[in-house]
Design a protein around this ligand. Structure first.
Ligand code: C5P
Length: 230
């Protein structure tokens, strides 16, 4: 395969399998794995930790100013294993997947000023190395010119089950019904927001992963890549 695209985008709702598949694809191609959600999660975590009062009555300008002022303390590196984020030299990982961070992230991600900040960082990172970019608006807003775009989806029940098993494996106790409720709430927020809502990007290949294993999804993406760029 020659002339591989610099960016391949994979968008979709929570639990659609996009992170798992994006990780497999990045590894296979030797690309960076740009998990854009981690950036929003990191912003949310820093806000919850350092200035939770700003989230009580979200004032966009103050939140944006606060995050911009924190940027020198945040560092990002793009690896095939994912987007590594450091705050004051310390790597963030479990913090970003914590249910509290997760339940507030959609509010933060809905703010246009915060998105503009995130988009600048994401585009900058891709200059360093080719990437598989996954999220909600990678193909529609951040990298609209990407030559290959995918949109993964699955039923809410399947997505809730996946997330429930993931949380349980990490020792977090929460019922499957509660996970489904949270997934539906987050979907609703992500799809109905004014700024960069979750949509199927123009030209994206849609894959329903409800009854597919990650390997099968990867295979169909690789086939598409080979077909487009023999
Ligand atoms: O993909 P992940 O579950 O890590 O995303 C966390 C949250 O970040 C999403 O629910 C969404 O609110 C936000 N997000 C976004 N745009 C992206 C990626 C994530 O708004 N491109």
């Amino acid at each position: 395969m020659k002339d591989r695209p610099r960016v391949i985008t994979i968008d979709g709702p929570a639990g659609s399998g996009k992170t798992t598949v994006a990780r497999m694809l990045a590894r296979r191609l030797g690309y960076g794995l740009l998990e854009s959600g981690s950036l929003y999660r990191a912003f949310t975590w820093v806000l919850l930790r350092e200035a939770p009062e700003l989230l009580d009555k979200p004032e966009e300008k103050r939140i944006e100013t606060f995050l911009r002022a924190r940027l020198p303390e945040l560092r990002f590196t793009l690896e095939p294993e994912g987007l590594k984020i450091f705050f004051r030299g310390k790597p963030l990982s479990g913090e970003l997947r914590h249910p509290e961070t997760e339940s507030r992230v959609s509010e933060v991600a809905a703010l246009p000023g915060v998105r503009a900040l995130a988009n600048g960082i994401l585009r900058e990172l891709v200059r360093e190395r080719p990437a598989v970019a996954e999220g909600r608006d990678m193909g529609s807003v951040v990298f609209p010119d990407a030559p290959l775009k995918f949109f993964l989806t699955a039923s809410p029940e399947v997505r809730a089950r996946r997330r429930y098993l993931e949380w349980r494996a990490r020792g977090l106790s929460v019922s499957e019904e509660e996970v489904l409720r949270r997934i539906r709430a987050r979907d609703e927020k992500d799809a109905s927001r004014k700024e960069a809502p979750l949509i199927i990007p123009e030209g994206a290949v849609v894959i329903d992963t409800s009854n597919l294993r990650p390997e099968e999804v990867l295979e169909s993406i690789l086939q598409r890549l080979a077909r487009d760029r023999p």
